[in-house]
Design a protein around this ligand. Structure first.
Ligand code: SF4
Length: 390
């Protein structure tokens, strides 16, 4: 089967139903106001028993997390799914690239279901394979492609991971990006890195963790001819950052950090490395979602925290730790809109479809893409000193 191409339409814009997949679900999508949704979800899960394994990403809504067998970030969840070969169905409450990774890492008989196909990731969608191949051609024209090692963040489509696998590169997570970049620099003399698709994680890792300068990094803009860079700039750069970002983490601003420091005495600023470099520079602690959770769990009672990550997780942490003062690092409410596509009606619809004997919204990666994506993922698993915090 082929990998499904899923361009997102910005929410509220466009009416192309073939592009806004997931808007229509075959069968009856329950109404959000249905008072029986919780009971229906519980009954469907009970009916499926061990045949189903439900994964809940940290950024999911509470109403969905309530039915997750495990919670975690994308790579932890894919590994959790791989560790449950007896589960016939993996219901992935997360976004599309995560379900692809689960399909790659699970057995051929396991079926991965995404309750709403419109749950994409705007960051992953910012690097399309054809665009990356164009950039690769430009690197060849500049005479540097033989020294380039592509590194892609977990938050990318399977075909971008496969591109990295085919071209000597690797996948990284937000907690092992530094090790991955160190590995990449060791692969070739005068190695350069093409970092996909999150410019902020790439820049924060290169500059804050590895001691490179901002001038060592250039940004490849896929929407401009030649990426908006000259061949000389490509030759001089040590890290070529893809111009992608997370629409949630990219919102946090240094000005709000200053404001919170002025209004909350002793506040600790804790952010995800997908945030802008200027925000990371002002933070006290920077790390993956697992790091953020562990930091709050270990924090003393009475301490104050402003957290720069997705709002569902921040709210859940605040509720779980009423003895600590936890606030969101933004003045406006901002959930990940695509994560939030997975709501209780879609979850119930997917689970009841499985009970009825149909597999809705199955995510499959074609064998060739899977083979090369697995190469890049296995290179990551073999990285030296890799931490367990993904
Ligand atoms: S939080 Fe950002 S990176 Fe994560 S799924 Fe949403 S848009 Fe993508």
């Amino acid at each position: 089967m082929t990998t499904v191409d899923l361009p997102l339409l910005p929410l509220g814009r466009g009416t192309d139903r073939t592009s806004e997949r997931g808007v229509e679900c075959p069968g009856d999508l329950p109404a959000p106001s249905d008072p029986g949704l919780v009971e229906r979800a519980r009954a469907a899960k009970e009916a499926l028993g061990d045949r189903v394994f439900v994964l809940g990403h940290h950024y999911q809504r509470d109403e969905v997390i309530a039915f997750a067998d495990v919670t975690g970030d994308s790579f932890k969840l894919a590994r959790d799914a791989a560790a449950r070969p007896e589960a016939e169905f993996i219901v992935f409450c997360g976004v599309h690239f995560m379900a692809e990774s689960a399909d790659i890492l699970t057995g051929p008989d396991q079926k991965v279901v995404l309750p709403d196909l419109a749950a994409g990731c705007s960051m992953a969608d910012m690097a399309r394979l054809a665009q990356v191949e164009d950039a690769w051609d430009a690197l060849a024209d500049a005479g540097v492609v033989d020294s380039v090692v592509p590194v892609t963040y977990m938050n990318s489509s399977a075909d971008i991971k496969a591109f990295c696998g085919r071209n000597g590169g690797v996948v990284c997570t937000s907690s092992n990006a530094e090790v991955a970049l160190e590995w990449a620099f060791e692969q070739k003399p005068d190695a350069k890195i093409l970092f996909l698709p999150d410019q902020h994680l790439g820049r924060n890792t290169a500059v804050q963790k590895m001691g490179l300068t901002l001038d060592d990094c250039v940004v490849w803009n896929p929407l401009r001819p030649g990426g908006g860079l000259t061949p000389e700039q490509l030759r001089d750069a040590k890290v070529i950052l893809w111009k992608g970002h997370c629409s949630v983490h990219g919102r946090f601003s240094p000005a709000v950090v200053d404001e919170l420091r002025a209004t909350i005495p002793g506040v600790n600023i804790l952010v995800h490395p997908e945030c802008q470099h200027e925000v990371v520079l002002k933070a006290d602690l920077v790390g993956s979602t697992e790091f953020i959770i562990q930091t709050i769990e270990a924090a003393p009672a009475g301490s104050s925290w402003a957290i720069g990550t997705e709002l569902n997780l921040v709210k859940r942490l605040a509720n779980a730790h009423p003895d600590k003062n936890i606030v969101f690092l933004d003045k406006t409410v901002c959930y990940c809109s695509t994560m939030n596509r997975i709501d209780l009606p879609h979850f119930v619809w997917a689970m009841e479809s499985l009970v009825a004997g149909t597999v809705p919204n199955q995510i499959t990666v074609d064998p060739e893409t899977e083979k090369w994506a697995l190469v890049a993922l296995e290179r990551m698993l073999a990285l030296p000193g890799r931490t367990q915090k993904d």
